[in-house]
Design a protein around this ligand. Structure first.
Ligand SMILES: Cc1cc2nc3c(=O)[nH]c(=O)nc-3n(C[C@H](O)[C@H](O)[C@H](O)COP(=O)(O)O)c2cc1C
Length: 167
C-alpha cells in the first residue's frame, strides 16, 4: 500500500498550517513530520516538502533535506512567503528547490502568502535593500487564509492522483 509523508519546516507557523491542510486532505496511509524528525524516506511513495522563504532564499533546514531526497522519489513542493503569489521570488525558490532535489520526480508545486511578524517588517523597512519587499509583504497579514488552505487541499489530492497514475 502506498504511503505519503508531509515534511516541513516552519518558524512562525504559516507553513505548518499548509502542511496540516495537505495532510488532512490525503486519504490512506500518511505521516506528518518536521524535517528534523525524519531519518529516512524509504517507507514513503510520495513526499510533500514545505518551507517558508527567508531572506530571498530557502532555509538551510529545507536545503539540507532537499539535497538528501533519493533519486526518482515522487515529491511535491510547497512554500509560504510574504511576497505576492506568483512573484519572481516565489517562483525562483521553487526552481531552486527543484535543483536541490535533482533526480527526484517533482509532481507539483504550491505556494501561498504567509503573514510576516510585525517586528520583522519594521526592522526590514529601515534597510534600503529590503524596503520594497517589506512594503509588499505587509499585505500578507491575513494569510494563509481559508482559501489558501482549501487550495492546498486541492493541490494535495491532485498530486496524489498523479502519483497513483504513474505507478
Ligand atoms: C526573518 C524572515 C525573513 C523573511 N524573508 C522573506 C523573503 O525574503 N521573502 C518573502 O517572500 N518572505 C520572507 N519572509 C516571510 C515568510 O516567508 C512568511 O512569513 C512565511 O509564511 C513564514 O513561514 P513560517 O510561518 O512557516 O515560518 C521572511 C520572514 C522572516 C521571519
Amino acid at each position: 500500500m502506498s504511503k505519503a509523508l508531509v515534511a516541513y519546516y516552519t518558524q512562525t507557523g504559516n507553513t505548518l498550517k499548509v502542511a496540516e491542510s495537505i495532510y488532512e486532505a490525503l486519504p490512506g496511509e500518511k505521516q506528518i513530520n518536521t524535517f528534523s524528525e525524519i531519518k529516512s524516506l524509504d517507507a514513503f511513495d510520495l513526499v510533500y516538502i514545505g518551507f517558508p522563504i527567508h531572506s530571498h532564499n530557502i532555509p538551510k533546514q529545507a536545503q539540507d533535506f532537499l539535497k538528501k531526497v533519493p533519486k526518482n522519489k515522487k515529491i511535491a513542493l510547497f512554500s509560504t512567503h510574504g511576497a505576492l503569489t506568483g512573484s519572481q521570488l516565489s517562483r525562483e525558490a521553487l526552481e531552486h528547490a527543484t535543483v536541490l532535489a535533482s533526480g527526484a520526480q517533482v509532481l507539483g508545486t504550491y505556494t501561498c502568502r504567509g503573514r510576516v511578524p510585525y517586528s520583522v517588517l519594521e526592522r526590514l523597512q529601515t534597510r534600503p535593500e529590503h524596503k520594497a519587499w517589506a512594503e509588499m509583504a505587509a499585505s500578507a497579514r491575513n494569510h494563509p487564509d481559508a482559501t489558501d488552505l482549501k487550495e492546498a487541499k486541492v493541490f494535495a489530492k491532485w498530486v496524489r492522483d498523479k502519483a497513483a497514475a504513474k505507478k
